[in-house]
Write a protein that binds this ligand. Structure first.
Ligand code: SF4
Length: 323
């Protein structure tokens, strides 16, 4: 048996780390690959690769995930997470690197039936098939319950030394973690903003009104209070000093507002701006400031390099609906 080489999707979670350990135990040389986008990062993957002592390939996934968010062939999960298509695309992207990196096959930490929708037998088959690299996708943690793959058939890995994990219990994984000396691994859920209901609601609103949003507007979805002021206009208000600073940094040429006569949020208007929009935005700023209610407050507005002060009362809750 010659020494095989595997490229393993390494999110950094426990399952993906275990997949690496199981393969390495039988002498497979393993590299990791991790993807970055505005909705998930490579931090956990980088940490895991460093602990495991394996090379890690970091790939930008922004174009892929934006395309899938607009048209997910297999739809979304419970939030804006197109998991089946996202996973298939990641495997496709990884598969395209196999030749260049002189790797023999792909591996993932997926466990059969661990997640009811995205890791049942049909979903695993769909993901592998749609990636275009189906025969080369090995799931070391559940391989003995799944059809034989090419690396197993060709003797690059010993199927008998692969595992037969199944289901939602994390106990077997935790025992394996002890066996392989893995500690301080992230919790299974988390790490992808597309599974967060609040974030998903704001993202859906953004994509409904703008199919190709500016990266700054996507970045702003992580913070603040969001209000839609018109079909092509929204307002983002900071909720604390840190968010106010982010808004001020990211505003660029967009209209930036700040209540002058009392402590209050910084706010940025994204999209089309008119005098009416600025007035509504200023009223919203006053509503979330410490200025006395029902009285006029001074709001500083910076727009296109010029500055002005307007005086408005606070917006009423009935007209101010957060996204
Ligand atoms: S949780 Fe996020 S990163 Fe993971 S497959 Fe789903 S959409 Fe992609």
């Amino acid at each position: 048996m010659r020494k095989a080489r595997a490229l393993c999707l390494l999110s950094g979670g426990l399952d993906s780390q275990l997949a690496v350990c199981v393969l390495r135990e039988q002498g497979v040389e393993t590299h990791g690959i991790v993807f970055e986008s505005p909705f998930f990062d490579s931090k956990a993957g980088l940490k895991a690769a460093s602990k495991l002592g394996i090379p890690l390939h970091v790939e930008d996934f922004t174009g892929d995930i934006m395309e899938l968010l607009r048209h997910p062939p297999h739809g979304f999960g419970s939030c804006m997470n197109p998991c089946i298509d996202c996973h298939a695309r990641m495997l496709k992207r990884a598969g395209q690197l196999l030749k260049k990196l002189q790797m023999d096959f792909l591996a993932t930490g997926e466990v059969l039936d661990e997640r009811p929708m995205s890791q049942n037998r049909a979903s695993l088959e769909t993901v592998a098939h749609e990636s275009g690299y189906g025969e080369l996708v090995l799931r070391p943690l559940s391989a003995r319950l799944l059809p034989e793959t090419r690396p197993e058939r060709e003797g690059l890995v010993d199927r008998q030394k692969l595992l037969d994990l199944r289901g939602r219990s994390r106990k077997p994984q935790m025992e394996l973690a002890r066996k392989y000396g893995l500690a301080d691994y992230p919790t299974p859920a988390g790490g992808c903003l597309l599974t967060d209901p609040g974030f998903s609601r704001r993202l859906k609103d953004l994509l409904t009104h703008d199919a190709d949003p500016d990266p700054v507007e996507i970045a702003l979805l992580r913070i603040g209070r969001h209000f839609r002021l018109g079909e092509r206009t929204k307002l983002v208000l900071g909720r604390n000093r840190a968010e106010n600073e982010i808004i001020e940094q990211k505003a660029g040429n967009r209209a930036l507002l700040k209540v002058e006569s009392a402590p209050g949020p910084s706010a940025v208007i994204c999209g089309e701006v008119s005098d009416d929009v600025i007035r509504k935005a200023a009223e919203a700023c006053v509503r979330y400031s410490d200025a006395p209610k029902g009285q006029k407050a001074r709001v500083r507005v910076r727009k296109d390099g010029s500055r002005m002060i307007i005086e408005v009362e606070d917006a009423k809750d009935t007209v101010l609906k957060p996204i």
